[in-house]
Design a protein around this ligand. Structure first.
Ligand code: NDP
Length: 255
């Protein structure tokens, strides 16, 4: 008897024939998302800044699933590179159906200790880079396009001091998402935002010094995994009647 692996043939995968760009796809939530989308049939481009080797591993894993894949060095803090990554993905993979705005940086600390350089850096990556990539993607997406942005539980509930800058940046993405949903719906493009809770990644390791406090702030009492966030992103990549919506994947952090 011959068996057929749907993950490699792509014949019955929901995202078969789609092209996805995941910013910050070399590690953590972005890498898990890129591979989840690839498993569901999408060809994928991932951006990175320093993690070339890790990004190439993601590419190889996606290729092993039978997908086309490419790693692009593109710093979301640089306006030309943030928008340029979209153009490079389109050129390399022949179009764009799904943009996942995942790249982000976190700077936490007392308000009075935040330098202008911190403010500029966090807003450049977390807000301006997302805006510019979305703007570029909207200009290139085919009907049925999906813009999915990674926000944060800190945009919905700030559980203690030290989050002014990061919460400011992630809250801005809620407004952007809703406005994109209104503006792009006539073209059949949806925009949604996913708010992860504490997720075990390099940015926020589950064995880090503040981990137990964060886990205790969730209703489920634990960190989440990058795969658990990726599953919701993949759902949104295929969803039809969903736009302008916020999805908490936070173990009940906002409850
Ligand atoms: P990681 O720090 O583990 O990974 C970050 C990824 O983004 C890496 O691939 C990194 O690339 C890339 N990256 C960082 N800066 C830039 C930049 N300027 N331009 C392009 N790519 C960049 O982060 P997470 O996976 O934890 O976080 C992903 C997203 O989820 C972020 O937006 C974060 O704010 C959000 N989030 C995370 C939570 C958590 O608990 N982990 C909770 C809530 C939200 P490279 O390898 O080259 O450095």
């Amino acid at each position: 008897m011959t068996t057929t692996d749907e993950s490699t043939t792509g014949t019955h995968t929901p995202l078969h024939g789609k092209v996805a760009l995941v910013t910050g796809g070399s590690r953590g939530i972005g890498a898990a998302t890129a591979l989840r989308l690839a498993r569901e049939g999408a060809d994928v481009a991932v951006t990175y800044v320093n993690g070339e080797q890790a990004a190439e591993e993601v590419v190889r894993a996606a290729q092993a699933l039978g997908r086309r894949a490419v790693a692009l060095r593109a710093d979301s803090a640089d306006p030309d590179e943030a928008a340029g990554a979209v153009e490079r993905a389109v050129e390399t993979l022949g179009g764009l159906d799904v943009l996942v705005n995942n790249a982000g940086v976190g700077v936490l600390g007392p308000l009075e200790g935040l330098a202008l350089a911190d403010v500029d850096r966090v807003l450049a990556v977390n807000v301006r880079g997302v805006f510019l990539a979305s703007q570029a993607a909207a200009g290139r997406m085919r009907a049925g396009g999906r813009i999915i942005t990674i926000g944060s539980c800190m945009a919905q509930r700030v559980p203690g001091p030290g989050g002014t800058l990061y919460a400011t940046s992630k809250s801005a993405l809620i407004g952007l998402t809703k406005a994109l949903a209104r503006e792009l719906s006539p073209r059949g493009i949806t925009a949604n935002i996913v708010h992860p809770g504490p997720i075990d990644t390099d940015m926020n390791p589950a064995d880090g010094p503040y981990a137990s406090g964060q886990a205790a702030m969730t209703a489920l009492g634990r960190f989440g995994t990058a795969d658990e966030v990726a599953a919701t992103v993949a759902y949104l990549a295929g969803a039809e009647y969903v736009t302008g919506a916020e999805f908490a994947v936070d173990g009940g952090h906002a409850a």
